[in-house]
Design a protein around this ligand. Structure first.
Ligand code: PMT
Length: 400
């Protein structure tokens, strides 16, 4: 989503300045065009050469350098920026901007830009707690500047407290959020993701290949678009998406309980999880010992969570997924109708780049009236965004 976005990364002089290197790498990896402005103090902590190498662009450190392009440099940087991010932002920088001081290239650019500005403060916890800093933060927020709260932990000055630069993934997510349209602010979206695990003894379980990527992408995108998101996830290797209300479960029964606990508040429910239809009926508290012959495993039906929701959904939108190996569309349409869904997203297990585990999916979205929309192979993030577009259209139609 950051492809081609012009971002100015401001770095000020704090120990966390070295983390700006990783931030730059992530932004460049996401396709952003990053230009770095460093204060003189920042250059004491990390070299402009490092930042130039990682950003693949010249690094700006002085107000008055020979002009690289036409126009006055500080104004041209401020004008071309689609976003200015300052990470780390020191107390000094915040104080200067609040007071309207523009005495170096970074503060001048911040003052001259019309682009959104995000500050990611990092400093000693006593400085962060200082009423002057709090007052500056409050004042800047009031003027529309965005802030990423520092997190707590061990600080470089050998103290514990709030003042650490948040993980880079969190900063990138906030940047993505600034660029996203906020068309789901009125929605409470409940999403399920990942597989369930159905144990038959304390050591072994039945599961499937779901990685959670599709459901997590939906949670991430819905959060970026302003929805309040609850994600109920089976066991995955993915970090919980930033800014999302997150609940980890293991079995289908636990997933049902967590979904029902959050169902009332939801306006939209998206069930991307691959829920096991069966669980072992004869769970053994001891590890089942191997024997010469085969063992018998009886399987009991798990509750069909989405069918249950379909009966009581009221005015909520209910969106399911279907994963099939044969007759994808016919089977998906049958599920859509039988379980009273408002949409079903069908993905084929055998199609290249679709379904389990990969970063892409190929889906056909089916409507109850017989209409359908097929999407080409796309990154799961983009598929999620398209599904949310369709959800937004359905919500608007209902409102009309
Ligand atoms: O997690 P990834 O690796 O990214 O893979 C994504 C995915 C392939 C898991 C996802 O895109 C997907 O298709 N999820 C649903 C897979 C599935 O279980 O399909 P189904 O046809 O068995 O179930 C239909 C619907 O009923 C699903 O919305 C499912 O969540 C729901 N269901 C199924 C069984 C059950 N007991 N309770 C349910 O709620």
């Amino acid at each position: 989503m950051l492809q081609g976005k012009k971002i100015i990364l401001g770095i000020t002089g704090g120990i966390a300045a070295y983390k700006a290197a990783e931030l730059t790498r992530e932004l460049v990896r996401s396709g952003a065009v990053v230009k770095v402005i460093m204060t003189a103090n920042a250059a004491e902590f990390i070299t402009p050469l490092t930042m130039q190498t990682l950003s693949r662009n010249p690094v700006y450190t002085k107000m008055f350098e020979p002009l690289e392009q036409t126009g006055v440099e500080h104004i041209s940087l401020a004008q071309e920026a689609e976003l200015v991010v300052v990470a780390p932002a020191t107390a000094n920088l915040l104080g200067k901007v609040r007071a309207g001081i523009a005495d170096d290239l970074l503060t001048t650019t911040i003052m001259a830009t019309k682009a959104p500005v995000i500050f990611s403060p990092a400093m000693n916890s006593n400085m962060w707690d200082n009423p002057i800093v709090r007052d500056n933060v409050a004042g800047l927020r009031q003027r529309g500047y965005h802030f990423i709260e520092p997190c707590s932990g061990e600080l470089a000055c050998n103290t514990e407290g709030a003042g650490r630069l948040p993980p880079i993934a969190e900063i990138v997510e906030e940047i993505e959020k600034v660029f996203s349209r906020k068309d789901l602010v009125d929605q409470e979206i409940l999403i399920t993701a990942g597989p369930t695990r159905e144990p038959f003894d304390p050591v072994r379980y039945i599961t499937n290949h779901s990685s959670g990527k599709m459901g997590y992408a939906l949670a991430r995108m819905a959060n970026r678009r302003g929805a309040r998101v609850t994600l109920v996830s089976g066991p995955t290797n993915l970090p919980p998406p930033v800014g999302v209300n997150y609940f980890q479960v293991s079995t289908a029964l636990e997933m049902r309980e967590a979904v029902l606990a959050h169902f009332d508040r939801a306006t939209v429910i998206i069930k991307a999880a691959a829920v096991a239809d069966y669980r072992p009926g004869n769970y053994s508290r001891q590890k089942v010992k191997k024997d010469e012959g085969p063992i018998m495993l009886t399987l009991e039906r798990n509750p069909d969570i989405i069918a249950e929701l379909g009966n009581v959904k009221g005015s909520r939108l209910l969106i399911g997924f279907a994963m099939e190996t044969d007759d994808l569309i016919t089977n998906a349409r049958e599920k859509l109708q039988k379980k009273n869904m408002d949409l079903i997203v069908a993905n084929h297990l055998r199609e290249e780049g679709a379904g389990f585990d990969g970063d892409t999916n190929v889906v056909t979205i089916l409507y109850p009236d017989g209409e359908s929309r097929s999407l080409p192979r796309m990154d799961k993030g983009l598929v999620a965004d398209e599904i949310l577009n369709i959800i937004r259209e359905l919500l608007d139609k209902r409102r009309a």
